[in-house]
Ligand binder design. Structure first.
Ligand code: ADP
Ligand code: MG
Length: 244
């Protein structure tokens, strides 16, 4: 390997999950919500994690999103070991590295759209004028800049989700983590969001999409399936379609 290859950042996994277990003790029984997960995701990938209810999706999403830490195992995100971090450091990693898109949008009801989109930049300590500029650009990218003064309850579901996407993108995160992002949207608005995620991926963004819906998962380039806390398939959409 020559030096150029050695320092090519695309060769370094953005996400590396090594033998991840998340175990809950429920009385005398042990629930293995994640039961030995190994997964590598490179920069620029678009990966869907799919599985039925109870398969461990939320648990792994919370770990990938630095919202929680595993019981055992290692999580390396951008070369940093996140697995044993305390909540302050986790919050910093989240804010710097990850843009979240949730099913329920999670916009703050007492803040207008612009203030909601500015939030990650506020946490990042970016000056007011720059915050406003970047947030307006993100809103324009989603086609809702004229709604910047509206509060969430003055927006349609689709517009709220666009606002949430603008908020996820505004800090130029290394990872976009979407948890059932189309779960509350009608089919046309879902289509628009999925097309937008594809476009973001074409532009080089790394996307991890968590869903229970096979057809939504097939919008990604790589699919990982979960069952009983374990990975049961990891491959291309074509190969995914071949297995029943
Ligand atoms: N805090 C918890 N305490 C006990 N059991 C939990 C907890 N969180 C999740 N589980 C269990 O772990 C398994 C996986 O849950 P989860 O990750 O939420 O699955 P999914 O998101 O795919 O529906 C389920 O059996 C669930 O009941
Ligand atoms: Mg879940």
């Amino acid at each position: 390997m020559n030096n150029e290859q050695l320092y090519d950042k695309t060769r370094v996994p953005l996400i590396q999950l090594i033998d991840i277990y998340k175990i809950y003790q429920m009385g005398s029984t042990e629930v293995r919500a994640n039961d030995g997960i190994d997964l590598k995701i490179m920069e620029g990938e678009f990966v869907a994690i799919v599985g039925k209810s109870g398969s461990g999706k939320s648990t792994i999403m919370n770990i990938i999103g630095a919202l929680d830490v595993p019981t055992t195992g290692q999580y390396i995100l951008k070369g940093q070991d996140v697995s044993k971090m305390k909540s302050d450091s986790l919050a910093e990693v989240r804010n710097k590295t990850i843009g979240f898109i949730f099913q329920q949008y999670n916009l703050l009801t007492k803040q207008n759209l612009l203030e909601n989109v500015e939030l990650p930049l506020l946490y990042a300590g970016i000056h007011k004028r720059e915050r406003k500029k970047l947030a307006m650009e993100a809103l324009a990218r989603l086609g809702i800049e004229d709604k910047w003064k509206n509060f969430p309850n003055q927006l349609s579901g689709g517009q709220q989700q666009r606002g949430a996407v603008a908020r996820a993108l505004v800090g130029k995160p290394s990872l976009i983590l979407a948890d059932e992002p189309t779960g509350a949207l009608d089919s046309r608005t879902s289509r628009e969001l999925l097309d937008f995620l594809k476009q973001l991926n074409d532009e080089g963004n790394t996307i991890v999409l968590i869903t229970h819906d096979r057809s939504v998962a097939e919008e990604a380039k790589r699919i990982v399936t979960l069952k009983d806390g374990k990975i049961t398939f990891d491959g291309s959409v074509n190969d995914y379609r071949k297995q029943v």
